[in-house]
Design a protein around this ligand. Structure first.
Ligand SMILES: Cc1cc2nc3c(=O)[nH]c(=O)nc-3n(C[C@H](O)[C@H](O)[C@H](O)COP(=O)(O)OP(=O)(O)OC[C@H]3O[C@@H](n4cnc5c(N)ncnc54)[C@H](O)[C@@H]3O)c2cc1C
Length: 190
């Protein structure tokens, strides 16, 4: 879904894109929101995000477009011709919205602008691009050596580091690997 916005709680919705998969949603917009989504799921058992399928159009414009007479055309055709909503966006709208909302243009416009989607779980760790949690920095010295296990060093994803997904994970892992490597040399040379 290109050019959408997703909001979680009271935060301003973020613009971007995401992919609908067999099990849920993923992609750059989800990576950006994954930490607060995960926290909400852990805290409340589920997280409801609100998707704006047409972030470029205010609600009143969407309502006005949908209120135009559609004659004998189906609502799907109306959505497509008036708002350009089709494909996966239209399918998600159909999936999530109660059928009776499709007979009520004013309500359907609200659904298009704040479509609620409830997320119940993160994907398993085997599929994760990055993981939260790990060895806390308080357990390490400045060389990334475990204070309680001298000679053992930590780097990369094993650190409790909320990594900024989007190309920086490898950079962060390499950088902490380098720091730990230099720490090892220093410790061995002492
Ligand atoms: C599908 C996917 C796409 C990604 N895309 C990107 C991207 O585009 N850009 C980006 O920056 N990051 C990306 N990442 C994230 C990035 O790959 C990881 O953050 C990074 O590789 C983690 O490095 P690491 O060294 O901490 O762990 P790993 O790369 O997981 O290395 C750990 C190593 O330890 C080995 N190991 C495990 N247990 C033992 C054991 N008991 N004894 C010996 N060895 C063991 C494992 O075999 C593995 O080789 C992606 C990750 C995934 C899964």
């Amino acid at each position: 879904m290109k050019n959408i916005a997703i909001g979680l709680g009271d935060d301003k919705p973020r613009l971007g894109e995401c992919v609908i998969t067999a099990t849920g949603i993923e992609g750059s917009l989800i990576y950006a929101l994954s930490a607060p989504m995960r926290e909400a799921i852990n805290r409340d058992g589920a997280a409801t995000v609100h998707i704006d399928l047409l972030p470029g159009r205010p609600l009143d414009k969407v309502q006005a477009a949908l209120a135009k007479p559609r004659g004998s055309r189906s609502m799907s055709k109306h959505l497509h011709s008036q708002l350009g909503l089709d494909g996966v966006k239209a399918a998600l709208l159909r999936e999530v919205t109660p059928a009776e909302h499709f007979d009520d243009p004013a309500q359907l416009a609200v659904d298009i602008k704040v479509l609620p989607l409830t997320l119940v779980k993160t994907r398993p760790i085997d599929e994760a691009i990055s993981t939260a949690g790990g060895v806390p920095f308080e357990a390490l010295d400045e060389r990334l050596m475990l204070k309680q296990l001298p000679g053992v060093f930590c780097a990369g994803e094993m650190l409790d580091w909320e990594a900024p997904t989007g190309g920086y994970l490898l950079t962060g892992c390499f950088a902490s690997g380098r720091a730990a490597g230099r720490g090892m040399l220093e410790w061995l040379n002492r």
